[in-house]
Ligand binder design. Structure first.
Ligand code: B1M
Length: 220
C-alpha cells in the first residue's frame, strides 16, 4: 500500500492514541494493524500513539481526571495493541547478543515498560529471561547465579519501590555471580544519579537506550 499523506498518517496514530485513552482494548489489534497497513512507521506508532497515550493517562490520573479502573483499561488496551506491534519491533537478528534477565521489583506491578524493554532487546538479538513483576531480591540473585545471564535488568515505576530496587542491587553486588553479570536499572522514577548511588552498572531512560546500554556493557 502507498504511504498516505502526513495528515493521514497522523490520523491513524491519533486513532490508536484515543483508543488507549478510552481503554477500548478489543478494538486495539485492528486499529494497530490498520495503522501499520496504512504505512505508519512502527516506532512512530509506539512513541507518538501508544507511549504518549499512557503518559496522558498518567497525567489525568495525577490530576484526578481518571482513576485506577480507567488506568487499568488503558493498560489493557496498550497491551493488546503491543501484541500486534511486537513482530514489527522484533528484528531478524539471529546470533544471540547475550542473555538478559528482566523483572519489575518487589511491590511493583507495572510491566508495560519492562515488557517493551524486553521486546526491544529481543529485537536486537538478546535472549530474555522474563522474571515478571513483584520480583523478590532473592529471585533476582537466583537469576544472576543460576540462569546463565550476562545482564540483570530491574524496572521500577513508583517511588515507593525504589528501596526495593536498591535492596535487590545491593544483594546482586554481594552475590557470587557479580563479577560476570552486569546490573542495569530503569523506569520513570529512576535516574542516572540513583543508579550510580545504588551501585548499578547503568541506567537507561527508555527501551531503545536500554538496547544501546546492554550492547555497550557487553562490548567492554
Ligand atoms: Co500506575 N502509577 N499505579 N498503574 N501507572 C504510575 C507509574 C504513576 C506515575 C501515575 C501518576 O500518578 N501520574 C504513579 C506513580 C507515582 C509515583 O510513584 N511517583 C502510579 C501509581 C501511584 C499507581 C498506584 C499506586 C495507584 C493506586 O493503586 N492508587 C498503583 C500501584 C500498583 C503497584 O504497582 N503496586 C498503580 C497501578 C497501575 C495499574 C495496575 C492500573 C497500571 C499498570 C498496568 C501494567 O503495567 N500492567 C498503571 C499504569 C498504566 C500507570 C501509568 C499510567 C502508565 C505506565 C506505563 O505503562 N507507561 C503510569 C503513569 C506514567 O508512567 N506516566 C502510572 C508506558 C511505558 C511504556 O512507560 O513504564 O515508563 P514506562 O517504561 C519506559 C521507561 O520508564 C523505561 O523504558 C520504558 C519504555 O520506554 N523503562 C526501563 C522501564 N523499565 C526499564 C528498565 C530498564 C530500562 C528502561 O532497564 C532494566
Amino acid at each position: 500500500m502507498d504511504a498516505g499523506t502526513q495528515e493521514e498518517l497522523d490520523q491513524l496514530i491519533d486513532t490508536v492514541y484515543d483508543a488507549i485513552l478510552d481503554g477500548r482494548h478489543k478494538e486495539m489489534p485492528a486499529l494497530v494493524a490498520n495503522a501499520l497497513e496504512g504505512c505508519v512507521d512502527a516506532a512512530d506508532l509506539l512513541n507518538d500513539g501508544m507511549i504518549d497515550a499512557m503518559r496522558e493517562v498518567g497525567r489525568q490520573f495525577e490530576a484526578k481526571a481518571c482513576f485506577v479502573p480507567e488506568m487499568m483499561q488503558a493498560a489493557r488496551a496498550m497491551k493488546s495493541g503491543l501484541v500486534v506491534l511486537r513482530p514489527r519491533l522484533l528484528g531478524s537478528a539471529v546470533r544471540s547478543q547475550g542473555r538478559v534477565a528482566l523483572g519489575t521489583v518487589k511491590g511493583d506491578m507495572h510491566d508495560i515498560g519492562k515488557n517493551l524493554v524486553a521486546m526491544m532487546l529481543e529485537g536486537a538479538g538478546f535472549e530474555i529471561v522474563d522474571l515478571g513483576v513483584d520480583v523478590s531480591t532473592e529471585r533476582f540473585v537466583a537469576a544472576a547465579e543460576e540462569e546463565g545471564v550476562d545482564i540483570v535488568g530491574l524496572s521500577a515505576l513508583i517511588t515507593t519501590t525504589l528501596p526495593a530496587m536498591q535492596a535487590a542491587v545491593t544483594a546482586l553486588n554481594a552475590s557470587a555471580a557479580r563479577s560476570r553479570v552486569k546490573v542495569v536499572v530503569g523506569g520513570a522514577p529512576v535516574s542516572v544519579g540513583f543508579a550510580t548511588q545504588i551501585g548499578a552498572d547503568g541506567f537507561a531512560p527508555d527501551a531503545s537506550s536500554a538496547v544501546a546500554l546492554a550492547q555497550s556493557l557487553l562490548a567492554k
